[in-house]
Design a protein around this ligand. Sequence first.
Ligand SMILES: [Zn+2]
Length: 104
Amino acid sequence: MYCNHCGSQIADQAAICVKCGVATGRGAIGGDATKSTSRILYVLLGIFLGYFGVHNFVAGYTKNAIIQLVITICTCGIGALGVFIWNVVEICTVTKDANGIPFS
Ligand SMILES: [Zn+2]
């Protein structure tokens, strides 16, 4: 990955950039904070399983994921069209996970 501050390439698991000493935001609090979400995985899950909010669960956006899951189930799939459009917008605009870590 690359340092948010100076742009140097640093180890994926690094908590602090060795070049400028700025914290990378990883390895801080909680286990999930140490690994970033794959953007490809996010997009694929959003397209194929986005009706159930799976991509949002993976990225840590649990609230949105539950809303999408509930919409799809409670409308017997009719609401999935709306959720699909929502997902397309998310795929195009969301570049970070819920912890603020950019997708890898
Ligand atoms: Zn740096």
